[in-house]
Design a protein around this ligand. Structure first.
Ligand code: SAM
Length: 298
C-alpha cells in the first residue's frame, strides 16, 4: 500500500500550526499535489541507500516522499518555525522514518557543514536564490553526485542551455563545469500554495566523474563573469577590464586559440577553461603597453 503524501488540507493545517504565512522573500510556495511529489521522486532516480540533501523542506511535502525513497534525508531550512516543526511532521506522518531525518537551520547559500554526507540533492528551491544555492552546494559538497531541482521555468532553461542558445549565460557555463545538466520537465502553477505567477521547471544533473581540467575554479568563474557582463561586446572588448587591457585580452585569446571577435555566448565551458589557463601564461605587464622588458621578445 502506498503511504500518503501531503495535500492542500494538510499543508494549510501545518502552516497554521507553525504559525506562518508564506512569504515571497523566502520563495515560499509549498507543493500541495502528491502527484507532483511522485513525479519529482521518480525523475530524481534516487537509490534506496542514498542520503539526500533537501534545501528548503518547508512544511515537508517533498521530505516525506524523499524519506520513502532514500536511506536518509538532511534538510536545510532558513525559516526557524519551519525547521522546528519538520521533525514533528515526520513523526506524525512517517513515525518509522523519524530517525532518518536531520534538520539544519541555516542559509543554504552559506552552509559549510552537514551532519551526514549527502550523495544527492533534491529540492524545490527558493526561486530568488536558486542558482547561487545550487552552485554553492555543488562546490561545497563534492559527495553530491546527482540531483534534481525545481526552479522557475526560465531558470531551468538557462541552467540547461547550450552555447549559442539565447538563454545561455553565466548559470549555464558554471553549472556545466560541475555537471551534465538536463531539463527534465515543466510544472504548472496550480500544484502550489500559494500559486506562483509563473510555471516551474525541473532540472536534473549528474556530476562529472572527472573534473574537466586542472584549473582554479575561482579564476575560471572570473573569466565567465567578465565575458557575460557585457554580453553584446566581442570577447576582446568584454575581457579588457578583466585582463587589464584589450591588448592583453587579445593576447590571451590568441594563446587560448579562441577567436577574439566572438561573443561569450558562443563559447562552451572548455573554451573558457582554455582562456583561464592562457591567462596564466600571458604576463600582466602586457596590459601596461608595448614596452617589452629587457630579454623578452615577442
Ligand atoms: N520543499 C517545500 C515544498 O516543496 O513544498 C518548500 C519549497 S519552497 C519553494 C522554498 C523553501 O525554501 C521554503 O521553505 C523557504 O523557507 C526555504 N528557503 C528560502 N530561502 C532559503 C535559504 N537561503 N536556505 C534554506 N532554505 C531557504
Amino acid at each position: 500500500m502506498e503511504t500518503a503524501l501531503l495535500g492542500a488540507a494538510e499543508i494549510r493545517d501545518l502552516a497554521e500550526r507553525a504559525g506562518i504565512r508564506p512569504t515571497k522573500t523566502l520563495g515560499q510556495n509549498f507543493v500541495i499535489d502528491p502527484n507532483t511529489i511522485r513525479r519529482i521522486i521518480s525523475t530524481a532516480k534516487i537509490r534506496p541507500e542514498e542520503t539526500v540533501l533537501e534545501v528548503g523542506p518547508g512544511l515537508g511535502s517533498l521530505t516525506l516522499g524523499l524519506l520513502d525513497a532514500a536511506e536518509r534525508v538532511v534538510a536545510v531550512e532558513i525559516d526557524p518555525p519551519l525547521a522546528e516543526q519538520l521533525p514533528d511532521t515526520v513523526r506524525r506522518f512517517r513515525p518509522e522514518k523519524a530517525d532518518r531525518l536531520d534538520v539544519v537551520l541555516s542559509d543554504a547559500m552559506k552552509v559549510r557543514h552537514l551532519p551526514v554526507e549527502p550523495t544527492a540533492l533534491v529540492a524545490n528551491l527558493p526561486y530568488n536564490v536558486a542558482v547561487p544555492v545550487l552552485l554553492h552546494l555543488l562546490a561545497q559538497f563534492p559527495s553530491i553526485t546527482h540531483g534534481l531541482v525545481m526552479v522557475q521555468d526560465e531558470v531551468a532553461d538557462r541552467l540547461a542551455a547550450e552555447p549559442g542558445n539565447k538563454t545561455y549565460g553565466v548559470p549555464s557555463v558554471k553549472a556545466s563545469w560541475f555537471a551534465e545538466v538536463r531539463k527534465a520537465g515543466v510544472i504548472g502553477t496550480n500544484v502550489f500554495w500559494p500559486a506562483p505567477k509563473i510555471r516551474s521547471g525541473l532540472v536534473s544533473f549528474t556530476r562529472r566523474e572527472e573534473p574537466l581540467a586542472d584549473v582554479d575554479r575561482v579564476a575560471l568563474f572570473g573569466v565567465i563573469d567578465a565575458a557575460f557582463a557585457q554580453r553584446r561586446k566581442t570577447l576582446r572588448a568584454a575581457l579588457a577590464g578583466w585582463a587589464g587591457s584589450s591588448q592583453r585580452a587579445g593576447r590571451i585569446l590568441e594563446a587560448a586559440g579562441v577567436d577574439p571577435t566572438l561573443r561569450g555566448e558562443r563559447l562552451g565551458v572548455n573554451e573558457f577553461i582554455s582562456i583561464a589557463r592562457a591567462a596564466e601564461t600571458v604576463p600582466a605587464w602586457v596590459a601596461r603597453g608595448d614596452v617589452l622588458p629587457r630579454g623578452y621578445s615577442q
